[in-house]
Write a protein that binds this ligand. Sequence first.
Ligand SMILES: CC(C)(COP(=O)(O)OP(=O)(O)OC[C@H]1O[C@@H](n2cnc3c(N)ncnc32)[C@H](O)[C@@H]1OP(=O)(O)O)[C@@H](O)C(=O)NCCC(=O)NCCS
Length: 159
Amino acid sequence: MGGVVVRRGGAQDVRFLRDMLHHAYYWKERRPDAGGPGPVQLYVKAWGRKGDTAVIAVVDGFPVGAAWYRLFRAGAPGYGFVDEHTPELAIAVVPSARGKGVGSALLASLLERARADGFAGISLSVDRLNEGAITLYRQHGFEPVEERGDSLTMLARLA
Ligand SMILES: CC(C)(COP(=O)(O)OP(=O)(O)OC[C@H]1O[C@@H](n2cnc3c(N)ncnc32)[C@H](O)[C@@H]1OP(=O)(O)O)[C@@H](O)C(=O)NCCC(=O)NCCS
């Protein structure tokens, strides 16, 4: 896809991150009874905590995708929690821009930032049936570490 720019996200992007979250975790929202620590809003709520980091893909001035990570405490973990020093990643691309390399560009950019910020690893939770996303994650060095119900926790080691 031509003309994709990946830029750092900030406080002004929180609304977009929230929109993207519905794409990323629709499969959890569909099943609110599936257990886990709570609503997916935990990935954007009170954005700006220490460690919170986002990148936004922009085409012709419009955001078309986002990838971001945040740290969680053991007492209030995300779905792909590994430990308190390993941020959890979320990613989504708007449906009209998928399959054109945007997700891959976002992931590469975010992993580079996590490495530069000194994190030894980054984790995520993905539906075991979401083969497209799992392929993308594997291409960027993520490996499965745990199965939790319908979802898979994956970890990329950065150090
Ligand atoms: C997963 C997602 C972020 C991928 O973004 P994208 O811009 O479409 O991905 P890319 O075009 O960069 O694809 C990169 C690679 O991922 C794999 N991939 C991505 N989507 C795929 C699909 N639907 N089927 C098979 N492979 C897929 C391919 O290997 C692809 O490489 P290739 O094009 O050289 O074959 C996007 O499809 C999305 O937002 N999905 C809905 C939200 C979601 O599932 N988020 C993850 C929740 S954990």
